[in-house]
Design a protein around this ligand. Structure first.
Ligand SMILES: Cc1ncc(COP(=O)(O)O)c(C=O)c1O
Length: 385
C-alpha cells in the first residue's frame, strides 16, 4: 500500500504494545467474552463518563441493539428520523426492524450534520426515534436536538462511530454518545481506534443496559464466563436476542488502543487545523474545508472538502495520479438502489454536498506539512480540471 499511495486515506496505528496485549490474552487461554471485555467496557465507560458501556461485535450491531431497545419495530408504522448523509448502517437496521427511515437534510456544506429544523418538520405521531450522526466526530446541534426529542417524547440515539471520547462543547456538556438515550460506536479498522471489527453501546439508563446486555447474547440470563466460574450452572432465555458478542482477543486490543486514543484524537485535530488553514489560504476560493470553522472541535475522523461539482471527479482522478488517495463520505442513502422508494425525498443540501465533497487522507500518523501539500495539490488539480 505504501508503494501505491504517497498519502493513504487512513492508516492503522498498531504498536508492539497492542501485540503484547493480544498475545497475553492468548496465553490466558480465555478468548471469548470475559474479563478483558469487562475491562474494555469499564475503561470506555470511564473515559466517556457513561454509567454503562456494552461491547459488541461491530457498530452496526450497536445500532441494531439501540433501536431494538427503544422499541423500534414494535409497530409496523414506526418512523425513524435520521440523516441522509451517513453510512448506511442505521438506515439498514431501521429497515431490518420493519420500521421506516425518514431522511433529513444537512445543515450546510461545511456542517453536514442533521439539521434540527428538519427533525422538527419531519416529526409525526409515528416517529419512534431520532438517530443523529456526529459526522467526522464533530457534534450535531445536540442542545437543540435533545430539547426537540424531549418535548415530543421521542428516543434519541447517537451514532457516535466517528466520535469516541469527544467532549461536547455545547450547553449540555458531557461526551458525544452520552447525550441521547443510547450512543453507538464502531471500532472498524478505519476508525480513530480499532479492534479490527468491534463496537460499543453506551447508556446512562439501567433498563436499556440490562436489555442490551441480554439481547447481545441470545436473551440469555448468564454468559459462558459466569457458568465457567460456577455462577450459576444453568440459564434461562428471557427475551429474543442475537449473537452480537465481542471477544476477549479484540477487547484486549481495544484496551491497548484506548490508552492512545486521546493522544491520537489530538494529533488528528492538529492536522485538521492545518488542513483548514491551508484551504482558507488559497486565493481561488474553490476549496471549502468541512468544519473549517471549528477544526479543533471534533475527533478529526474525516478530512473533507467541498469543491465545484463539475470539477470534482476530474480532480479526484488527478489526485490519484499524484498518489493521493481520496474517498467520498457519503453517497446520500436515499439514492441507493435498495432505498429507491425514498429517492424522491427533497434533500437539496445533502444531495449537493454528496456531489461536491472529497474525503482527503487523515490518520493520527499523517505528517505535519502533509495537509498543506495535499490542499495545494488539490488546488493545482482543480485548476487543471
Ligand atoms: C457513521 C457510521 N455508522 C455506523 C458504522 C457501522 O459500524 P461497523 O462497520 O462497525 O458495523 C460506521 C462504520 O463503518 C460508521 O462510519
Amino acid at each position: 500500500m505504501a508503494d501505491l499511495w504517497k498519502y493513504t486515506l487512513s492508516e492503522l496505528d498498531l504498536t508492539a504494545e497492542d501485540g503484547i496485549a493480544v498475545e497475553a490474552c492468548i496465553r490466558s487461554q480465555w478468548l471469548s467474552m470475559g474479563p478483558k471485555t469487562q475491562e474494555f467496557e469499564a475503561t470506555f465507560a470511564d473515559m466517556v463518563d457513561a454509567k454503562h458501556a456494552i461491547a459488541v461485535s461491530n457498530g452496526t450491531a450497536a445500532l441494531h441493539l439501540a433501536l431494538a431497545s427503544v422499541g423500534v419495530g414494535s409497530s409496523p408504522d414506526d418512523e425513524i428520523i435520521q440523516p441522509a448523509i451517513n453510512f448506511v448502517a442505521a438506515a439498514n437496521m431501521t429497515c431490518a426492524l420493519g420500521a421506516t427511515p425518514v431522511f433529513a437534510d444537512s445543515i450546510s456544506f461545511i456542517d453536514p450534520t442533521i439539521d434540527p429544523k428538519e427533525i422538527k418538520a419531519k416529526i409525526t405521531d409515528r416517529t419512534k426515534a431520532v438517530v443523529v450522526m456526529h459526522f467526522g466526530g464533530y457534534a450535531c446541534q445536540m442542545d437543540e436536538i435533545k430539547s426537540i426529542c424531549s418535548e415530543h417524547e421521542i428516543a434519541l440515539i447517537e451514532d457516535a462511530c466517528h466520535a469516541p471520547c469527544q467532549p461536547y462543547s455545547g450547553k449540555l456538556g458531557g461526551h458525544l454518545g452520552t447525550i441521547g438515550e443510547i450512543g453507538c460506536f464502531s471500532f472498524f479498522s478505519n476508525k480513530n481506534m480499532t479492534t479490527a471489527e468491534g463496537g460499543m453501546v453506551v447508556t446512562n439508563d439501567d433498563e436499556h443496559a440490562e436489555k442490551i446486555r441480554r439481547m447481545r447474547s441470545h436473551g440469555m440470563t448468564t454468559l459462558s464466563w459466569d457458568r465457567h466460574h460456577g455462577r450459576p450452572s444453568t440459564y434461562d432465555v428471557v427475551m429474543h436476542g442475537f449473537n452480537y458478542r465481542i471477544d476477549d482477543l479484540r477487547a484486549s486490543l481495544g484496551v491497548s488502543q484506548l490508552s492512545r486514543l486521546l493522544e491520537n484524537n489530538e494529533k488528528r485535530r492538529e492536522r485538521m487545523q492545518e488542513y483548514a488553514g491551508a484551504a482558507a489560504a488559497l486565493a481561488s476560493n474553490e476549496v471549502q474545508f468541512i468544519f473549517g470553522d471549528r477544526p479543533k472541535d471534533g475527533t478529526g475522523h474525516v478530512a473533507g472538502v467541498i469543491v465545484p461539482i463539475q470539477k470534482r471527479d476530474a480532480a479526484r482522478l488527478k489526485l490519484s495520479e499524484l498518489r493521493i488517495q481520496t474517498s467520498l463520505h457519503y453517497p446520500p442513502i436515499h439514492k441507493f438502489s435498495a432505498f429507491e422508494r425514498f429517492s424522491s425525498a427533497q434533500l437539496p443540501i445533502a444531495e449537493e454536498f454528496a456531489r461536491s465533497m472529497i474525503t482527503l487522507p487523515m490518520h493520527a500518523n499523517l505528517n505535519k506539512g502533509a495537509p498543506t501539500e495535499i490542499i495545494n495539490s488539490l488546488n493545482e488539480c482543480l485548476k487543471a480540471a
